[in-house]
Design a binder for this molecule. Structure first.
Ligand code: NAD
Ligand code: WQD
Length: 331
């Protein structure tokens, strides 16, 4: 198939382009590079040993998106393009609502216009809010405490309504848990701007010496050791999940959790990193981060049964690959 990957230069998008090329698909990436670099596209081509087409465009711009659809016979779209920082979304709600929702509207309308029948969307476990773990796809969505989460819930709604009204439009809504790690080559990975918000890049930067010590946000949660529990998933497992979702996409709207189904606490991740790399991770316990929940992990049985997909890489591989990338890229 020929797949348009919106946000293809970004963290999850670039790994998915690699997986798509390796699975034999042709890839057109579209990205405005607001949170990524053009050289990532060249690295993806190098890893896969295949070329892809790249458009530096903003996918909220209807005319630019129209040009891409007019120039290529597209079979499916994977939509990664969006802003993703939860805290920033509270500061800049309108930017988040505009970018994340208008991009979904523009891309899905182009699919209607050009008869493109497959759409895979990057949603997030954040839409479950404070439901009871493990999170199951059939749960009612609970309001999230931030505009970012709302943009995901609204985009899911828009795509669901579009699919109901247009039977040829097949939609897969993928709810990611906590993507971490990097491609095994060390060539592509996650390189956040400024001080990282997320745990794994924070740990790698502490060990690299860029940051002093890890602050663990709270050790008084009702969890195995008092620290927050999350379902970390290797970004290459996540990437392969997208290929499976595309391959198995049938009529209607399908929602899948993409996680491992395993909860790991902050302290357990720190210890796993120390074991994987053979270093000590300096940390201190501080107060809880506002908005954090105690536990977040997936029920992954639906993706296993319907997509034949399961996450294969363990927490040690996630740490090792995150560290290899941290060590290999230059800022
Ligand atoms: P990322 O920022 O690395 O990638 C997003 C890419 O989209 C970037 O390359 C950026 O330049 C591009 N982009 C943003 N707005 C655009 C626009 N209007 N037009 C064209 N390009 C645009 O983020 P990521 O971690 O790869 O996340 C990809 C998607 O997955 C996002 O939608 C995010 O909300 C979702 N998601 C991410 C996580 C996570 O923890 N990383 C978890 C759940 C869901
Ligand atoms: C993980 C755990 C923290 C940093 C976020 C978004 C979510 C999704 C993935 C997009 C928590 C603890 C963290 C630190 C710490 N993104 N922590 N010290 O918050 O689960 O999810 O990214 O959809 O929407 O909210 O991920 O990596 O920030 O935190 O102790 O310096 O690590 O409290 O328990 P989170 P995270």
């Amino acid at each position: 198939m020929q797949i348009l990957v919106a946000g293809g230069a970004g963290y999850i998008g670039s790994h998915t382009c690699t997986a798509l090329l390796e699975a034999g698909h042709r890839v057109i990436a579209a990205d405005n590079l607001c949170n990524s670099k053009a050289e990532t596209i060249i690295k993806v081509e190098h890893i896969a040993g295949k070329d892809m087409v790249f458009y530096e465009i903003d996918v909220t711009d209807t005319a630019s998106v129209d040009t891409v659809f007019a120039n290529h016979e597209i079979d499916g779209v994977i939509h990664f393009a969006g802003f993703k920082a939860v805290g920033e979304s509270v500061e800049k709600p309108l930017d988040y609502y505009y970018n994340n929702i208008v991009s979904t509207m523009v891309l899905s309308r182009a699919c209607m216009k050009y008869g493109v029948g497959k759409f895979v969307f990057s949603s997030s476990a954040t839409v479950y809010g404070e439901n009871q773990v493990p999170f199951v796809e059939t749960m009612d969505l609970l309001p999230t405490t931030n505009p970012y989460g709302e943009t995901k819930a609204v985009s899911e709604r828009i795509l669901t309504d579009a699919a109901r009204a247009n039977p040829g439009f097949k939609v897969s809504l993928l709810r990611y848990f906590n993507p971490v790690g990097a491609h095994e080559s060390g060539l592509i990975g996650e390189s956040p701007n400024g001080i990282p918000n997320n745990l794994m890049p924070f740990i790698t930067q502490v060990v690299k010496g860029k940051l002093d010590r890890l602050q663990i946000f709270g050790n008084d949660y009702p969890t195995i050791d008092g620290t927050g529990v999350r379902d970390y998933i290797h970004v290459m497992d996540l990437a392969e999940g997208h290929v499976s979702a595309l391959d198995h996409l049938t009529e209607g709207v399908h929602i899948y959790n993409l996680g491992t189904g395993q909860g790991t606490s902050v302290l357990q991740l720190v210890r796993a990193f120390e074991e994987a790399i053979g270093v000590e991770v300096p940390f201190e316990i501080v107060t809880r981060r506002p908005g954090d929940i105690a536990e977040c992990y997936a029920d992954v049985s639906k993706a296993q049964e319907e997509l034949g997909w399961t996450a294969r890489r363990d927490i040690i591989a996630m740490c090792r690959d995150a560290w290899r990338f941290e060590n290999s890229y230059s800022d």
